[in-house]
Design a protein around this ligand. Structure first.
Ligand code: ATP
Ligand code: MG
Length: 348
């Protein structure tokens, strides 16, 4: 609707420079420039390289987004920008750009939490999020279960990984199987030809005693080590490593735990909506398993399309739009970039 606020979102927390434009819950533009190829040979994101790439990409990406949306900066009602968490130098580029555009065009600016934006992006596909909801946030740096009572004002963490993030586990296992970085999409593809029951890998923090102290927490480090030991044993025996079976069995172990713990959080909180966000939410097996098991419990699963799960500017614009609609005040112009912004702070 033309009277809904027009929001621009800027994302630079890691290796994607994203600028999105939304009107209300409608996505108008989602321009992206990635420096992922520049990091691939290092097997992980190099912060200085990422910052430099953001600096080069931010203005052209901004221009592309405005053109794609068919609007000018003067038409925008508010600018939202990722204030954290993320790489300090990378965040600074986006925050400085947002302030510059906000001052030049006399627009309010909202410094927002990247992780809350991973949850908010789903509203662009499925409309307003019914609250309360449970959010399963699974990305390169985080794996958390959150109770979302009021996404505009705060979320309640129920549990998180006690070691590696799910995306990190995908990337590390991909590396030991000789697959390129980032590994998640490659494992997803290889797994399609494999048998998920071929190897019984461990399900972290699911033993009866762990469910007492860590009911809503995750652990993927033991699983990663188990995969490494299994692969090493094959190599030592001079036998070929069945990559598709290892990928499928590893992926099954991750998804099995993520889905069961997320549905358990819904049941224990009496919540009927589960929203899944972050890069790992793009995983085809996670999406299928969540749908399948949630249906048995009468729980509705919402997962944005894969392209909106990984980092982008539209997710930041979506959260900005929700904040404006909820009457949240804009940030001060001296808002900081905070690499360790806590999950509970939705906007600064
Ligand atoms: N199809 C997939 N299956 C599994 N993992 C995937 C898939 N696609 C992407 N990923 C993983 O998602 C992660 C990237 O997600 P995202 O862009 O949200 O992370 P990030 O922004 O680096 O971390 P954070 O959001 O915690 O700051 C990587 O670890 C990548 O391997
Ligand atoms: Mg992310």
């Amino acid at each position: 609707m033309a009277d809904e606020p027009l929001i621009l979102g800027i994302e630079t927390s890691c290796d994607e420079t994203g600028v999105g434009v939304v009107r209300g819950h409608t996505l108008l533009a989602d321009a992206l420039a990635s420096s992922v190829d520049q990091h691939a040979r290092f097997g992980g994101v190099v912060p200085e390289v990422a910052s430099r790439a953001h600096l080069e990409a931010i203005v052209p990406t901004m221009e592309r987004a405005l053109t794609e949306a068919g609007v000018t900066l003067a038409d925008i009602d508010a600018i939202a920008v990722t204030a954290g968490p993320g790489l300090a130098g990378a965040l600074l580029v986006g925050v400085a750009a947002a302030k510059g555009y906000a001052v030049a065009a006399e627009k309010p600016v909202y410094g927002v939490n990247h992780l809350a934006a991973h949850v908010a992006v789903d509203t662009l596909e499925h409309g307003p999020l019914p609250e309360p909801a449970i959010a399963l946030l699974v990305s390169g740096g985080h794996s958390s279960l959150l109770l979302v009572d009021d996404l505009a004002r705060g979320v309640t963490p129920l549990g998180a990984t006690i070691d590696d993030a799910a995306g990190e586990a995908f990337d590390k296992v991909a590396r030991l199987l000789g697959l390129p970085f980032p590994g998640g999409p490659h494992i997803d593809r290889e797994a399609r030809a494999g048998d998920p029951a071929a190897i019984a890998f461990p399900r972290g923090l699911t033993a009866a005693k762990d469910l007492v102290a860590h009911r809503h927490d995750f652990s993927f480090s033991g699983l990663k080590t188990a995969v490494a030991r299994w692969v090493e044993a094959r190599e030592r025996a001079g036998e070929p490593v069945p990559i598709a079976d290892v990928a499928a069995s590893f992926q099954e172990a991750v998804c099995d735990v993520l889905v069961d713990k997320a549905l358990d959080a819904c049941r224990s909180s009496g919540v009927e909506t589960l929203v899944i966000g972050g890069g790992v939410a793009a995983n085809s097996r996670l999406r299928a398993l969540a749908e399948q098991r949630a249906a048995r419990h009468g729980i509705r699963v919402r997962v944005p399309r894969p392209g909106l799960c990984t980092d982008n500017g539209a997710m930041v614009a979506a959260l900005g739009s929700h904040l404006v609609a909820s009457g949240v005040a804009p940030s001060r112009l001296d808002l900081p970039a905070d690499s360790a912004l806590p999950l509970t702070t939705v906007s600064v």
